[in-house]
Structure formats: C-alpha cells, structure tokens
Design a protein around this ligand. Structure first.
Ligand code: HEC
Length: 153
C-alpha cells in the first residue's frame, strides 16, 4: 500500500521536526552541501585511518566556514537564526579539526573532534527539515511590494 510517508514534499504526521521553508533552488543548494558534508565525514575518517593529516585537513576544510560564506544571501536570509547558528558552529568545528590535524594532534583526539562535529549533524537533523516553498522573509518582501504605498497609487 502506498503510504503518505512516501509522497514527496509531505512530512509524516508524526514528524516533530520544524520546517525550514526555502525556495526549491535553496533546498537543492542546501541538500547538495549536505552531501558534501557527508563526503567530508567519509574523507576525514579515511585521513585519520591512514594518518594522513593533509587529507584530513583538506576534507575538514571542505565543510568549514568557507562553505557557509558561499551560500547565496537569499538562501541564508531564509534560514532561522537558530538553524544558522547551529550550521555556523558545525562549520567552525571542521575548521578547528583541520587546524588540529595540521598541528599533529593525536589521531584519537581528531576522531573525538569528528564525533563531536557529528553530534551537531544528528542534533540538527533531529530538529529541522527542509520544505520547498516561499520563505517567510520573501513573503514579507512580496507583501511590501504589493502594498498600495509602494505602488504609488
Ligand atoms: C544546521 C542544521 C544541519 C546541520 C548542522 C547538518 N545538517 Fe544535514 N541536513 C539538514 C536538513 C534540514 C536536512 C534536510 C532534512 C529533511 O528535509 O528531511 C539535511 C539533510 C542532509 C542529508 C541528505 C542530503 C540529500 O541529498 O537528501 C545529508 C547526507 C546530510 N544532511 C548530512 C549531514 C552531515 C554529514 C552533517 C554534519 C557533518 C550535517 N548534515 C549537518 C540540516 C543540517
């Protein structure tokens, strides 16, 4: 039987996560970044396993603050402050891991850092989901544009 849980764009009735409404393009953009972050985790584990500090650092930096700074501002603006803060902390933790790997921190400690970074992946995933639609902040702009004052009559 086809359950409602398999219909695209619909959250399950028991889904307690808060929806972050972004444009369809914004959703694609963020999910693409998420897949990069998963690759970061894979490559950091690989770098630590082989004791290759350069590889670990490069993989970690790939999901560092630079990633956050590249997000187009219209997507960033649609994100709730709490969400943005969690994302920022998470990206910063990967930069810190890169620095630690380059400084020759023991591999076990690097893994502990990764574990803590991944705690943020899980925490955020437990709290939020993405929904393609019209972001709240854009609605505000639209309303303004449609108000009589801004139309000049
Ligand atoms: C600030 C919040 C946040 C953080 C931190 C975060 N994610 Fe996500 N991630 C999300 C949201 C929201 C989704 C979409 C979930 C949904 O709509 O059901 C998502 C989706 C994903 C997906 C699915 C991508 C796809 O193509 O469908 C992957 C993989 C993923 N995240 C990996 C990670 C990894 C790995 C980390 C940590 C290194 C991470 N995320 C950190 C919020 C976050």
């Amino acid at each position: 039987m086809l359950s409602i849980a398999f219909m695209p764009g619909l959250a399950r009735a028991d889904d307690q996560r808060t929806a972050v409404v972004v444009t369809p393009d914004g959703r694609d953009y963020i999910l693409n970044e998420m897949r990069t972050m998963l690759e970061t985790v894979q490559n950091v584990v690989g770098g630590v396993a082989s004791g290759d500090a350069k590889a670990t650092a490069a993989a970690a930096r790939n999901s560092g603050m630079a990633m956050m700074k590249r997000i187009p501002s219209e997507i960033r603006m649609a994100l709730p402050e709490d969400f943005r803060q969690m994302a920022m902390d998470n990206h910063a933790s990967f930069d810190a891991l890169a620095v630690a790997a380059e400084a020759g921190e023991p591999l076990k400690s690097q893994l502990t850092r990764l574990e803590q970074s991944m705690g943020a992946c899980s925490a955020c995933h437990g709290m939020w989901r993405l929904e393609a639609g019209t972001p709240v902040k854009m609605m505000g702009i639209n309303k303004q544009m449609m108000s009589p004052e801004t139309h000049g009559h």
